[in-house]
Design a binder for this molecule. Structure first.
Ligand code: 5GP
Length: 180
């Protein structure tokens, strides 16, 4: 079904904007707490889905933040993971010996997370690597990966908004929603 056939009035709010903001402030403090030695923290935003979460998180971080952006795709236009990753842009500076925080929108099968953790730890050898996700869909996991920190656990529904898309649309919603 095309997005234009879906009535967005039917969207249900799963996590509202205030709840998101309050939890993201807590996550920002927790990340700061993990890196309180004063070194720079390299925040790696995994585009496109993490754009809103990452921008919000860094607003509340007090560490010295450097922002980096990579782009990976796994869903295409579907509502189920393709189980195949497409690395579109993995350009990063040398992160050897740095504090690195990878920011994901949602950990679903965990394939993206596993790929990124392996890539960063083997190819970059950071001093400390942390993986933070706004959402955690534990029931869909196909790897043994768990984020170090996450905002909310969600059950096995396809969620949209706050960066998460439906066929490219709905990323701009200020809340997390779903079609019932
Ligand atoms: P994984 O590799 O963990 O299966 O999936 C990671 C990516 O799939 C996420 O970064 C996200 O872009 C996409 N994804 C997983 N679950 C959902 C969902 O419920 N809604 C949307 N819009 N994207 C999802």
């Amino acid at each position: 079904m095309e997005i234009r056939d879906k009535n967005t009035d039917d969207l249900k709010v799963l996590i509202d904007t205030n709840t998101l903001t309050e939890r993201i402030k807590e996550l920002a403090s927790a990340v700061d707490e993990s890196f309180k030695n004063g070194d720079d923290v390299y925040v790696v935003c995994v585009l496109k889905g993490s754009v809103m979460f990452c921008a919000e998180l860094v607003k509340y971080m007090k560490s010295k933040v450097q922002m980096e952006f990579i782009r990976i795709s796994s869903y295409g236009n579907a509502q189920k993971s393709s189980n195949k990753l497409k690395a579109i842009d993995l350009t990063l500076p040398d992160l050897e010996g740095k504090n690195v925080v990878v920011i994901e929108d949602i950990v679903d099968t965990g394939l993206t997370a596993k790929y990124l953790i392996d890539l960063l730890s083997l190819e970059h050898r950071p001093k400390k690597l942390m993986f933070v996700s706004l959402l955690n869909k534990k029931c869909a996991r196909k790897t043994d990966i768990e984020p170090d920190l996450y905002g909310f656990e969600v059950d096995d529904k396809f969620v949209v908004g706050f960066g998460l898309d439906y066929a490219g649309y709905l990323r701009n919603l200020p809340f997390i929603g779903y079609f019932p």
